[in-house]
Write a protein that binds this ligand. Structure first.
Ligand code: KIV
Ligand code: NA
Length: 274
């Protein structure tokens, strides 16, 4: 059992901000856990940032299982959360439960689904089965085609109502938290006040119970990031510089240096043996 549990996350509401970051492999999960991040999240954003897809629609259960297993091996303290990918939970309840079970058996402590009101029954079933669930409303990237791309949510009365309805459904069904993605900050504040479970924002302002960012975005691995991201490092620049130095030193013979190889000090001895 890891230290950070869904119960602990719920208790943090109103007391302490919740920190969450995505991670998709062993080394990054190790670093995130050591940094004291509360929730390490295997997001289906891996389709884009790890596999180079245009959106998250092609992510498979197998991909989620493999990456969850790698992350899970690294994490001792944080709660490990895994996304249910597009098509893995919407079609059939039995299939959804089996897919959630695969993620739990790969080492996840909880699963996340997009939407709320449409999946109230499913969330209740998962929770009854013993699988903690996080919801996700506001901008839900799995609706990429319907939304016509990624955009700010909560600007119309209809959208505000939908977001609020999702959050309340999730609370009722027993979800332990909800992600609010790219909504107007005032809408996120309203939802945070209206539900008893923690809200975790991304691009939704400061009046939420926690924040989540994508690994590659916050570390500056790519130059282009969504407008709401703060880059805490320029890891992309550091990697490029290191690779350019390596290339240069191989080309000009500076690498490998004396300290990186072993030779017979006595050339005659070597020639005798050769
Ligand atoms: O997959 C993901 O990274 C997400 C976060 C943006 C919340 O769902
Ligand atoms: Na996601």
């Amino acid at each position: 059992m890891r230290e950070v549990t869904p119960r602990r996350i719920i208790e943090m509401k109103g007391r302490e901000k919740i920190t969450m970051v995505t991670a998709y492999d062993y080394p990054s999960a190790l670093l995130a856990d050591r940094a004291g991040i509360d929730i390490i999240f295997v997001g289906d954003s891996l389709g884009m940032v790890v596999y180079g897809e245009e959106n998250t629609l092609n992510v498979s259960m197998d991909q989620m299982v493999f990456h969850t297993r790698a992350v899970s091996r690294a994490v001792k303290r944080a709660l490990v959360l895994a996304d249910m990918p597009f098509g893995s939970y919407e079609i059939d309840t039995g299939e959804a439960l089996r897919n959630a079970l695969r993620l739990i058996r790969a080492g996840a402590d909880a699963v996340k689904i997009e939407g709320g009101a449409d999946h109230e029954k499913l969330v209740r079933k998962l929770v009854r089965m013993g699988i903690p669930v996080m919801g996700h409303t506001g901008l839900t990237p799995q609706r990429y085609l319907r939304l016509g791309g990624y955009r700010l949510m909560g600007e119309t009365e209809e959208e505000i109502e939908e977001i609020l309805r999702d959050a309340k459904s999730l609370e009722r069904a027993g979800a332990f938290a909800v992600v609010l993605e790219f909504t107007l900050a005032d809408v996120a504040r309203l939802v945070t006040e209206e539900v008893s479970i923690p809200t975790i924002g991304i691009g939704s302002g400061p009046w939420v119970d926690g924040q989540v960012l994508v690994w590659h975005d916050l570390l500056g691995i790519y130059e282009e990031v969504p407008p709401f991201v703060k880059k805490y490092a320029d890891i992309g620049g550091m990697i490029r510089l290191a690779l350019e130095n390596y290339r240069e030193e191989v080309k000009n013979g500076a690498f490998p240096g004396k300290e990186h190889y072993w030779e017979f000090l006595d050339k005659e001895d070597f020639e005798r043996k050769a």
